[in-house]
Design a protein around this ligand. Sequence first.
Ligand SMILES: [Ca+2]
Ligand SMILES: [Ca+2]
Ligand SMILES: [Ca+2]
Length: 304
Amino acid sequence: MVCTSMIRKLTLTTIIAAAFVAVTLTSGNFAYAGADNGIASERSDSVTALAAVTTDGLWHEFLFGGPGSFAQDCAGGCVPSSGGNSVDAGNPPWTFNCLGVCDVTVSDAFLNGDQFLLFDFAVPLGATSAVVVNGASCGSDPAICVPDVLSSSGVFPVLQGAHSLTIQTIASPFGGGAAYFNIVTVVQFADVDIKPGSDPNSINTKSKGVVPVAILGSATLDVTDIDVSTLQFAGASPKHDLSDPLVYAAHLQDVNLDGFVDLVSHYPQKDTTVCGQATGEITANLLDGTALSGSDSVRPLHCP
Ligand SMILES: [Ca+2]
Ligand SMILES: [Ca+2]
Ligand SMILES: [Ca+2]
């Protein structure tokens, strides 16, 4: 009887220990808050490696724990967005290269009340909005949660160059959950050569001639992605009809011989508003709607 009792006691202890281990594995740093706050199931021990996060507005979903802890990848533990617009953020830090001006948006989802602090290379960029716990949920889709003022979110602009994001939990009334961030390229910068191959870039504002402006292609800019109907240089529109395929083809050249094709467009010099300016800016949209901007020095001539 003693032996049986001991075995039973041992077995019970083992079961309790096993249950404790199971709970520990289930929660890790993330107290199980349930699907209501975005935690789907056990988060696996494996981390989801990711080279870089995209800057196209896709939502990157992460798991978070108690206040002060840092967010992690979902590793199978997140309820995905019902909008079909999310992926597992992967293992932090979340790195990306901004090609101009980018907006990082961090958004809580599911139950209201969680709040976050965003870091870039360990420097705080700011906190998402302070909200109250009200028992309501904005659901799983961050596109719906962002405009909901009862759900915490924030938009943080960052500039051209490398970035490395981490997210710390400020408020976590349910002990943990899932939330999102995304990155949108607001403006992509392009290298520009006004009057390719010549310098200074004199523009005679009384001239009936045109000034050529080259948008230089690169590893990060395919100039054939430019919507030519949106081209503007210093207040002027292109002289030629670039919507004509033959005309357009003649304006694709590699002016700096770097192997990347460039887009050369021409603007009536008298239409430009360069007087008093040190630089001339060319703008356009890419075919996906992203704004493109680039500038080069100018030397305005015959100004009033
Ligand atoms: Ca939440
Ligand atoms: Ca030039
Ligand atoms: Ca080129």
